[in-house]
Design a protein around this ligand. Structure first.
Ligand SMILES: Cc1ncc(COP(=O)(O)O)c(C=O)c1O
Length: 370
């Protein structure tokens, strides 16, 4: 395992060496941004490490409210609520929407925070073929009596594919369903203002579409959030025990979130740079004829049929000073993934070095290409 001896940036200190870093989800490079760090320290000094209280008692501070106001503005929504983790967000939404649905249709490659979030008393839970609206429609047709809820990742964590949210939304409308999108990997990345997959598909604030989001990835801080109208957010605050009975987000995390939203708003070039770096990397990987997805998200998978090959490549990269993990998809076991993450803080030299090293590996070891 890689043990970190420092923070994440375009490089990383791992096992006491400095290596080029193409892993994780620090898409905008904000996790260690000096402004975020400075604001987090200020909050740490003013408020301490933790309020050691739930939001409903004495854990709500002025900066929590300021953060939630900023999150709502960022999303173009009336209100927002922040809580301990993005992982919790799906559970919270599925819980508070419970009275509005009685069957769930989930993408078969949905993130575990979605499958773990499904309440145990749902009469019907079905999985449609990955990113396949036609199959979803067949399943919906076969359950005409039910009030369905459709749930998917907006951007899939390991493959970087964008879910067909436009088509899923049309089906939701046609079959009277609610649509929930976990936008952990899209928030701050996709859409004109970085509002995620709904904005990417021009479905921002569409009725019956709910999002679960995180500050832990592109936003560079930590914690989950949900944005929506007064009624929805009020319901979360009043009904969700996950929100109400867990300790409030720590002050430095809250301050870093606030700081980041300001940066993201004032520096759209962060996203432009991310997209440029992503394009450069994706093009290079395609030119090397690796098996990958085509797309625009900064998660760039290289697919392998055998786990040993993926692991071998990851280890070869590490020997050459680059961290890129091999991850096996728990759902689709026929494929193994070397998951490359682009970030706006990568330099062109660094990207070229990664591509050269990939090429070197391919020429030396990947016999399928010769
Ligand atoms: C799709 C998806 N949803 C939710 C989460 C959980 O978010 P958090 O890490 O903020 O708990 C992750 C990964 O961490 C994810 O990939």
């Amino acid at each position: 395992m890689n043990i970190l001896n420092g923070g994440v940036g375009h490089t990383i200190r791992v096992n006491d060496k400095t290596l080029s870093y193409f892993a994780g989800n620090n898409y905008l490079g904000l996790a260690n941004d000096p402004t975020l760090v400075k604001d987090a320290i200020k909050a740490l000094e003013k408020y301490g490490v933790n309020f050691a209280a739930s939001r409903q008692t004495t854990g709500t501070s002025d900066i929590h409210l300021a953060l939630e106001k900023s999150l709502a503005e960022f999303k173009g929504q009336q209100e927002a609520v922040a809580f301990a983790s993005g992982y919790m967000g799906n559970k919270i939404l599925l819980h508070i929407l419970r009275e509005q649905y009685d069957s769930i249709f989930a993408d078969s490659m949905a993130h575990s925070s979605i499958t773990d979030g499904i309440p145990c008393n749902i009469p019907q839970v079905k999985y449609y073929e990955h990113a396949n609206p036609n199959h979803l429609e067949e399943l919906l047709k076969a359950s005409p009596q039910s009030r369905p809820l459709i749930i998917t990742d907006g951007v899939f964590a390991l493959t970087g594919e964008i879910a067909p949210v436009d088509k899923l939304y049309s089906l939701a409308q046609k079959y009277g369903a609610i649509l929930v999108v976990d936008d952990a990997h899209a928030t701050g990345v996709l859409g004109e203002n970085g509002r995620g997959t709904p904005e990417h598909f021009h479905l921002d604030n569409a009725p019956g579409l709910f999002q679960s989001e995180t500050m832990s990835k592109a936003i560079g801080s930590y914690g989950g959030f949900i944005a929506g109208n007064h009624e929805l957010i009020d319901t979360v605050r009043k009904k969700s025990t996950f929100y109400g009975a867990s300790t409030a987000l720590p002050p430095p995390v809250v301050a870093a979130g606030l700081s980041s939203l300001k940066l993201i708003e004032n520096h759209p070039e962060l996203r432009t740079k991310l997209m440029d770096n992503t394009r450069m990397l994706r093009k290079g990987i395609e030119d090397l004829a690796f098996s990958t997805t085509s797309g625009i998200t900064p998660i760039i998978p290289i697919y392998f049929k055998e786990k040993q090959t993926a692991t071998h490549l990851s280890q070869f990269l590490e020997k050459n000073g680059i961290i890129v993990p091999a991850v096996d998809y728990p759902v689709k076991t026929s494929q193994f993934i070397v998951r490359i993450t682009a970030s706006s803080i990568h330099t062109e030299d660094q990207i070229q070095h990664l591509l050269q090293t990939l090429n070197e590996w391919r020429e030396k070891y990947d016999t399928h290409h010769h």
